[in-house]
Write a protein that binds this ligand. Structure first.
Ligand SMILES: Nc1ncnc2c1ncn2[C@@H]1O[C@H](COP(=O)(O)OP(=O)(O)OP(=O)(O)O)[C@@H](O)[C@H]1O
Length: 499
């Protein structure tokens, strides 16, 4: 790519920018940091990075066209969390490396984005790329930022003192893993890296958020983190937030006093009190209603709460690990989850990949789950699996992930007559999704059909399935569907009216 004389501005799209574009009243408009900067300085090209869902960003980009008169390129950056330093670093570095080849001057707008995004800008802009930094606020306007220290000069010597073994471990994530993580069976490089990260988190007292589809091992990781932490002798209390009846949430979380409501015949401690000194694992955290989120935020900030029907404050020392199969960032963007609570719980973030993305794990897991079954149940002691049965298992999509794998193996071991589980035993134990009732190829054309509608139904069915399988991740759904990228998926969704 030929470098030209242009001056480019690079920025993440932030919440205040999106808010500005959604304001109804044009007179009262706050333009947000990006447009304010463009109105204040001259640039030839604007390069935007964003992690918000496209449905929020596309209207913003349309609005932007009305307010700026230079070319705009927007890059969607897939992040498991907007505070994941590693992923932000890799993607920001890639983009800056490309852009810096194409322009002679580069400016980075620091204001939009999370603190992690800002930190990575400073790191890259002070070491690898020659650039100027800008910031924009309502109070101070647009300013050039001077960062009066040199990272390379002042900090590289310190980094050099890390010995080569430590460096090797850091770069390859091969730090010895605590025995608490032994029952997480994997040989996938992604999962091995996650185990190493989880161990680092175990040693620190930071809140951890674990995301991933159902049955990917979120609770297993949470328990391992607890067991590898200084709190391991204290309780680990798991709570499924999605399963607590609405009217009992406060009582389950914070406990109640005798007589607080009908049926409260004695004082009862809540899960915060039960986990005192240890770890509270709040599973399906994304299901909590906004009113409960406010009360939880207070407990997390102050460490105190008042039981239902009580008058005095209780203080607890609890480490929180949360988990969800939902995309919390998208919930935050849609107003379904409090942003302040999100940043409080999402300090250490682990995104567990589904089984289908763990190279080499299926065979390993089949062997290890069978082994555990043989040890747990003397009647299954001699059960083994035939190669054909294993082959059949390799072809199954395992939507329920490891939990489905585990129960299928157990069912087939219980039902199989001899000691060898064969392909038929597996076939009988698999739950297959019922075939669609109105067979798409059996329509009566002589009665007239609407071919577009049929194609739409067909496309919609598969797109929804791929989105459900990937927890609404469009990039991964596009891969499953054999589409080029998430934009192509968006085009299909638009064409066939799938929301
Ligand atoms: N890597 C693994 N190695 C061995 N067993 C695993 C692994 N991952 C998950 N399992 C087993 O699979 C089952 C489901 O795991 P777990 O309950 O931790 O999943 P989850 O993501 O918390 O599920 P949910 O979202 O439904 O709460 C458990 O019995 C767990 O022990």
């Amino acid at each position: 790519m030929k470098r030209n004389n242009s001056h480019r501005l690079v920025s993440w799209i932030g919440g205040n920018d999106l808010k500005a574009s959604s304001s109804d009243n044009e007179d009262m408009i706050e333009f947000g940091p990006i447009v304010s900067t463009l109105q204040n300085r001259n640039f030839d090209h604007l390069e935007l990075l964003y992690n918000y869902p496209s449905k929020l960003v596309e209207p913003y980009l349309k609005w932007l066209e009305k307010h700026v008169n230079i070319p705009v390129t927007a890059h969607y950056i897939e992040l498991s969390s907007p505070v994941n330093f590693g992923e932000i670093y890799v993607s920001a570095n890639e983009i800056l490396s490309e852009i810096s080849k194409q322009c002679s001057r580069l400016s980075i707008l620091l204001s939009p984005g999370t603190p992690a995004m800002q930190a990575v800008w400073i790191l890259l802009g002070k070491t690898r790329y020659k650039c100027t930094f800008l910031q924009s606020s309502i109070e101070q306007g647009v300013q050039e930022v001077t960062i009066p220290f040199e990272l390379s000069a002042e900090y590289v010597p310190a980094a050099k003192s890390i010995d080569s073994e430590q460096l090797k471990q850091l770069s390859q994530s091969t730090a010895p893993v605590d025995a608490a993580f032994d029952n997480i069976v994997t040989r996938s490089p992604r999962m091995l890296a996650l185990k190493a990260q989880a161990q680092i988190l175990a040693e620190r007292e930071v809140p951890v958020l674990i995301t991933g589809e159902t049955g990917t091992g979120k609770e297993l990781f949470a328990r391992a983190i607890h067991n590898a932490s200084a709190r391991k002798e204290k309780p680990f209390v798991p709570v499924n937030c999605g399963a607590i009846p609405h009217e009992l949430v406060d009582s389950v979380l914070f406990g109640h006093k005798k007589g607080a409501f009908t049926g409260a015949t004695s004082d009862k401690p809540g899960v915060f009190e039960q986990a005192n000194g240890g770890t509270l694992f709040l599973d399906e955290f994304g299901e909590l209603e906004p009113s409960v989120q406010v009360r939880l935020l207070r407990v997390l900030q102050e460490g105190t709460f008042v039981p239902v029907g009580g008058t005095s404050e209780h203080r607890v020392d609890v480490r929180i690990i949360t988990a969800t199969h939902r995309n919390l960032m998208e919930l935050v963007a849609n107003g379904g989850f409090r942003e302040d609570l999100f940043y409080r719980i999402a300090v250490g973030v682990l995104h567990l990949p589904p089984l289908r993305e763990r190279e080499g794990d299926l065979s390993l897991l089949i062997d290890s789950l069978l082994d555990a079954m043989r040890k747990n149940d003397p009647q299954l002691e001699h059960k083994n699996i035939s190669p054909n049965a294993k082959n059949l298992m390799f072809q199954h999509p395992w939507r329920g992930n490891i939990r489905e794998l585990q129960s299928t193996l157990l069912r087939s071991a219980l039902w199989c007559q001899g000691n060898i589980i064969n392909a038929d035993d597996i076939r009988q134990s698999l739950f297959s999704v019922p075939a669609k009732k109105n067979d798409i190829l059996k329509k009566d054309v002589s009665q007239g059909i609407d071919i577009n509608e049929i194609i739409g139904d067909f496309v919609g069915e598969y797109i929804c399935e791929a989105l459900a399988l990937t927890g609404q991740n469009k990039t991964r759904a596009a891969q499953l569907l054999g589409l080029k990228n998430y934009q192509t998926l968006n085009n299909w969704m638009e064409k066939y009216g799938i929301s």
